[in-house]
Design a binder for this molecule. Structure first.
Ligand code: NAD
Length: 465
């Protein structure tokens, strides 16, 4: 069991991408995982959360069946079979887990089940057994953060780990979501659409996605959630929650004063922290700063030669696809190649709320702060034929470019923004000119026409814009 080229610590997206990519390049790889392969993303994060968001989408679509000419008997609303919703979600997770296990096996990756720790001699110890390799890649991931007064009990005060793995017979009737970041916004969207009375409490002055996206785009989402019934409180300071016989009392203060609400469940979504406590990093001479493993992002090497770290345990955007990209950088460096480092200012971000939000590159505010002479054009989905056909016209495309120069940022909110972002991501990362993208043909009718139209507007002319 010793003598591998690479020993990977952790089997989430960063870990399995390192293992698969390394094995495809001919490396002999061991991957240590204490739970199921797939990590947070597959079992408690991206995949189950998006399955629940899709369920909410279907529920919403059925609710609008009348708009398409399909009448439900006496205007009846569909009833929610929450265990069935969760069973479908679990089916997808199980299928992907089996697929991933099969793939690891076919690539002849040795998967070691157990808790791995780095040792002072640079090996990885698992249950008394030592795995050695010329490189170790630490992919320990992250866990939800909590605060004193907001202790997570998995029942009435929960994290996304629990919401994605609910074994309740029904949804709670009243929920408070603490934190309006990506997780808070996504679950507020699910709960609101599934008729849960939802209160969103965010500490910063902007209540929904306060950090990250362009404000114009985030504001469209905030308005859409508020219209559907999410009760959003920005600048909210949440006190100690109190469990009562009938629920949980959540006290909070905003600029308009103190309030107390009672809910059935509190979802704490105030960020995640690296899960690096028990990995033997310090003993092995790997520098850790506030829990994050310190790395040189041009190689993903840590302070100890031969030891790399990637994914949520390093201080880069906590996204599965960023971990995939970092895995490629680390493995290429192990192979003695010259990897192209990840450009963290231009990674794709997608929030799978309704409406969806997606962006890559600089926001208008960031571009101006960086000193660019900025030109901005926006285009609404409201006039887009395909958006009308699918019955989902709320949203905009916003393109930020250097005047007379390349595209700096593409910001989307609206139908299928998650999929449309691919074009924006390429445009930003290829440093394309708006005129170059505008000269490309976008199929008609399609949502992507809204991107083409926005690019054409930079020429001072337009088709439909
Ligand atoms: P986040 O950092 O995106 O948002 C946390 C929010 O909570 C912030 O807006 C913050 O101001 C607020 N907050 C912090 N303390 C608070 C308090 N005491 N009271 C009220 N508000 C408070 O973190 P998250 O939403 O928990 O997500 C964690 C990680 O998971 C992120 O790194 C994210 O990248 C990743 N993730 C990504 C996606 C996606 O890309 N679609 C989805 C889910 C999670």
């Amino acid at each position: 069991m010793t003598d591998f080229d690479v020993v990977v610590l952790g089997g989430g997206p960063g870990g399995y991408a390192s293992a698969l990519y390394g094995a495809s390049a001919g490396l002999k790889v061991a991957m240590v995982e204490q739970n199921k392969v797939g990590g947070t993303c597959l079992h408690r994060g991206c995949i189950p959360a998006k399955a629940l968001l899709q369920a909410a989408e279907v529920y919403r679509a059925v609710g609008h069946a009348g708009d398409f000419g399909f009448r439900l008997p006496d205007g009846a609303a569909p009833t929610i079979d929450w265990p069935a919703v969760n069973a479908r979600k679990s089916g997808i997770v199980n299928q992907l887990t089996k697929g991933l296990s099969g793939l690891l096996k076919r690539r002849k990756i040795t998967v070691v089940n157990g808790h791995g720790r780095l040792t002072a001699d640079g090996a990885v110890a698992v249950d008394g057994q030592a795995l050695t390799g010329r490189a170790v890649i630490v992919c320990a991931g992250s866990v939800p953060r909590s605060l004193p007064g907001l202790e997570i009990d998995g029942d009435r005060v929960v994290s996304s780990d629990h919401t994605t793995n609910s074994d309740r017979p029904a949804l709670p009737e009243r929920v408070a979501v603490i934190g309006g970041g990506v997780i808070g916004a996504e679950f507020a969207s699910v709960f609101t659409d599934l008729r849960v009375q939802t209160t969103l409490l965010e500490a910063l002055p902007d209540g929904v996605l306060p950090i990250g996206p362009d404000r114009d785009v985030a504001d469209v989402l905030a308005r859409a959630l508020a219209r559907r019934g999410t009760d959003i409180h920005a600048d909210a300071r949440v006190g100690t929650v109190e469990r009562t016989n009938s629920g949980v009392v959540v006290p909070f203060e905003t600029k308009s004063g103190s309030e107390k609400i009672e809910v059935d469940q509190v979802l704490v979504a105030i960020g995640r922290r690296p899960a690096t406590e028990d990995c033997g990093l310090e003993e092995a001479g790997v520098r850790v700063e506030r829990g994050f493993v310190e790395v040189d992002t041009t190689t993903m090497l840590t302070s100890r030669p031969g030891v790399y770290a990637i994914g949520d345990c390093v201080n880069t955007p906590g996204l599965a696809h960023v971990a995939y990209a970092e895995a490629v950088v680390a493995i290429q460096h192990v192979l003695g190649e010259r990897p192209v480092p990840v450009d963290y200012t231009r990674v794709p971000w997608v929030v799978y709320t309704h409406p969806e939000v997606g962006w890559a590159g600089l926001t208008e505010a960031e571009a101006r702060a960086a000193g660019h002479d900025v030109e901005v054009h926006k285009h609404a989905f409201a006039g887009n034929g395909r958006a009308m056909i699918i019955g989902d016209t709320d949203g905009i495309v916003k393109v930020v470019a250097q005047r007379g120069g390349p595209i700096l940022g593409v910001h989307l909110v609206g139908p299928w923004a998650s999929e449309l972002l691919a074009e924006g991501y390429l445009a930003v990362n290829w440093e394309a000119l708006p005129s170059e993208v505008g000269a490309f043909i976008h199929p008609h009718p399609s949502l992507s026409e809204a991107i083409g139209e926005t690019m054409i507007t930079f020429s001072g002319r337009s088709l439909h814009g």
